[in-house]
Design a protein around this ligand. Structure first.
Ligand code: GDP
Length: 470
C-alpha cells in the first residue's frame, strides 16, 4: 500500500539472503534471549526483590553493595540497600556498577535475561496522555514494556496490602491488563513479603485464588501462570531453594530464578522482513550523522544494508550497528541495537519511525479497523469518542469514527450491527481514525505491530487488535 502521506516506498528488492542460516551460524552456541519486565503496585517490593536477586547472582559488585549497606544504615533504612541496586536516579550509587542500569542483564542456566523496566513507583506508563516535554521519558518506559516477552508480577502478601494493590485504582490489575494487552502471556507471580505473615500457606493460597480468577478473566492461561512464595528482603526462594522451615513445611516448588529459566523463549522472527520500531533517536556531531535505538522485532540488519524509514519512505544506509555498545556486523530479531544511519535528514526523524525492509515496508495509514475488548468504564463508547492510542512505543490521539458491530466477548459472534453505543465489559469491531499517518500492521501478520490500547485521561479503556488497514 502506498504511504498515506503521499510518499512512495523505495522499490529496492526484498532481502534475498538466508537470514535463518546466518542467525544459526552466528548464534548457535549462545543462550536464548528473553526480555522481562517487572510489574506490580507501588511498594510491593519490586526493586528490593530484583536488587536482591541480582545481588545473589553476583551481578552487583561487593564493594558497591557494602557502600549501599553503610549508606542505608546511616539513614536508618537498611532494607533500602537492595532497592538501590536498581535505582535509576541515584547516579552516585549506580556509578560503581559495571552494567547499564536501564538494561540490566543476568544469566540463568539456559537464558540471558534482559530486565527491561523496574516499573518503579511511577508505574509503567504515563498518568496523563497529553503530549508534553516529558513525553520521551514516558514513552520510553512504555516501550520497554512493549518489548517484553515475560513478566514478573510482584504482589505484597502483607495483611491488607495485597488487597490495597488489588482493588480498583491499585496498580496490580492495571499492570497485568497492560502487559497482557502488549502480548505478554507468560507470567511469574512473586507472592512477596511472605516473611511478614510468617510464611503462612493459607495467605499464599488465598492470594493465588483471587489473582488466578482475575488473571484468567483478562486473558492469561492458567498453564502459563507460576506462583512463587518469596521475600525480596530476606532473599528467600529467589535463587536458592527455600530454607525457612515455615516455608519448606508446605513448599517444595521452584525458586523465582528457576521459574524465569523455565519460560519458553519466544521464537525470533529472523526470516521475516526487517522491522525495527525506533524507541530513541540521537543526533550526532556531524550534520548528517544519526543514530537510532530499538529492538529488532523481525528480520536482520547488516552493516551497509539499505533500509526504508517509514512513514516517510526515505532510504537510508546502515553505517554501523552496536549491541551493548559493542560494534557488530549483523544483528537479528530480538536484539536491542543502536544503528547509525546515513542518507536521511536527521531533523525529520523521531521516536516511532520504523526501519523496514525496502521491498516490504510497514503499512502506513490514518484509519484502521480494530477488534477491541472494553474494560469496565463509566460512560459507554459512542461514535466520535476521543482516545489516545498506544501501540509499540508511541501514543497517538485518535477518534473512534464508527462502531461496526458488537460481539460476544468469548465466542466473537456478532450480537448487533452498527450499535449506537458500547458499554463497559463488551467487545466490538470499531474504526479508529488517527490525526496523522501511523505505521501499523495487521495483527495476523505482525502481532506486536497489530496490537493497541486505547486510553482516556490516563486510564486504559480498551485493548484491541488491528484487523484491517483502511
Ligand atoms: P517497589 O515500590 O515495589 O519497588 O518497592 P520497594 O522495593 O521500594 O519496597 C518497598 C518497601 O517494602 C521497602 O521499605 C522495602 O524494604 C520493603 N520490602 C520489600 N520487600 C520486602 C519483603 O520481602 N519483606 C519485607 N518485610 N519488606 C519488604
Amino acid at each position: 500500500a502506498p504511504a498515506a502521506d503521499g510518499a512512495t516506498p523505495a522499490k529496492t528488492p526484498a532481502r534475498t539472503r538466508d537470514a535463518r542460516a546466518e542467525y544459526d551460524k552466528e548464534r548457535a552456541d549462545s543462550k536464548q534471549l528473553i526480555n522481562m519486565v517487572v510489574i506490580g503496585h507501588v511498594d510491593a517490593g519490586k526493586s528490593t526483590l530484583m536488587g536482591h536477586l541480582l545481588y545473589q547472582l553476583g551481578c552487583v559488585n561487593k564493594k558497591v553493595m557494602h557502600k549501599y549497606e553503610t549508606e542505608s544504615k546511616k539513614i536508618g533504612k537498611q532494607s533500602f540497600k537492595f532497592a538501590w541496586v536498581l535505582d535509576e536516579t541515584g547516579e552516585e550509587r549506580t556509578r560503581g556498577i559495571t552494567m547499564d542500569v536501564a538494561h540490566f542483564k543476568f544469566e540463568t542456566p539456559q537464558k540471558t535475561v534482559t530486565l527491561l523496566d523496574c516499573a518503579r513507583s511511577q508505574g509503567l506508563y504515563p498518568q496523563h496522555d497529553h503530549r508534553s516535554v516529558t513525553a520521551s521519558i514516558r514513552t520510553r518506559k512504555h516501550s520497554r514494556a512493549a518489548a517484553a516477552d515475560v513478566a514478573v508480577l510482584v504482589v505484597n502478601a502483607t495483611k491488607g496490602e495485597f488487597e490495597t494493590g488489588f482493588e480498583s485504582g491499585g496498580q496490580t490489575r492495571e499492570h497485568a491488563i497492560l502487559v497482557r494487552s502488549l502480548g505478554v502471556s507468560q507470567l511469574a507471580i512473586a507472592v512477596n513479603k511472605l516473611d511478614t505473615v510468617g510464611w503462612c500457606q493459607a495467605r499464599f493460597d488465598e492470594i493465588r485464588g483471587r489473582l488466578g480468577t482475575f488473571l484468567r478473566s483478562v486473558g492469561f492461561r492458567e498453564s502459563e501462570l507460576r506462583y512463587v512464595p518469596c521475600s525480596g528482603l530476606t532473599g528467600e526462594n529467589l535463587t536458592q531453594p527455600a530454607q525457612e522451615a515455615a516455608l519448606t513445611a508446605w513448599y517444595s516448588g521452584p525458586t523465582l530464578l528457576q521459574v524465569i529459566d523455565s519460560f519458553p523463549a519466544p521464537e525470533r522472527a529472523v526470516d521475516r522482513p526487517l522491522r525495527l520500531f525506533v524507541q530513541d533517536v540521537f543526533k550526532g556531531q556531524q550534520q548528517s550523522a544519526l543514530s537510532m535505538a530499538g529492538r529488532i522485532d523481525a528480520g536482520m540488519l547488516q552493516v551497509a544494508d539499505k533500509v526504508t524509514v517509514m512513514p516517510h519512505g526515505e532510504t537510508a544506509t546502515v553505517k554501523g550497528i552496536s549491541i551493548d555498545e559493542m560494534p557488530v556486523q549483523s544483528a537479528f530479531a530480538g536484539d536491542h541495537v543502536t544503528v547509525t544511519l546515513s542518507g536521511v535528514d536527521p531533523q525529520s526523524q523521531t521516536v516511532g519511525v520504523v526501519l523496514c525492509d525496502p521491498g516490504q515496508p510497514v503499512k502506513v495509514t490514518t484509519k484502521v479497523q480494530a477488534r477491541i475488548v472494553i474494560f469496565s468504564i463509566d460512560l459507554p463508547i459512542t461514535k466520535g469518542y476521543q482516545v489516545v492510542v498506544h501501540y509499540q512505543s508511541v501514543s497517538e490521539p485518535a477518534t473512534i469514527t464508527r462502531l461496526v458491530c458488537q460481539l460476544h466477548r468469548s465466542s466473537g459472534e456478532v450480537l448487533k450491527q452498527k450499535p449506537r453505543c458500547l458499554p463497559g465489559n463488551s467487545s466490538a469491531d470499531v474504526i479508529i481514525t488517527f490525526q496523522r499517518p501511523v505505521c501499523v500492521e495487521l495483527y495476523k501478520d505482525f502481532r506486536d505491530y497489530g496490537r493497541l490500547m486505547l486510553r482516556v485521561a490516563g486510564h486504559t479503556v480498551a485493548a484491541g487488535l488491528i484487523t484491517e488497514v483502511k
